[in-house]
Design a protein around this ligand. Structure first.
Ligand code: ZN
Length: 81
């Protein structure tokens, strides 16, 4: 899984094409130990030019907490392969 995020202090320009970033949302897929979670609309900055999505720190932290919970709670539900 790849989480990209751009600090707020930085002028919001796309790292790929220097396009203008617009506040929007992006789907996010999390794959953990046989457990797959899809969030359809995570708040994000979207490049108006190439569509690249960047998540802010608050969302990245929330997602990391969610992953930690999944690791913990899904363990009894995942049989060893
Ligand atoms: Zn771009």
């Amino acid at each position: 899984m790849e989480l990209k995020f751009q600090k707020k202090e930085i002028d919001m320009k796309c790292l790929h094409c220097q396009g203008t970033m617009e506040k929007g949302s992006s789907p996010l897929h999390i794959d953990r130990k046989g457990c797959h979670l899809t969030l359809d609309h995570v708040p994000a900055w979207i490049c108006a030019q190439c569509g690249e999505a960047y998540f802010e720190e608050a969302e990245v932290i929330a997602v990391q907490e969610l992953i930690a919970l999944i690791d913990q709670k899904a363990q009894p539900l995942v049989a060893n392969a």
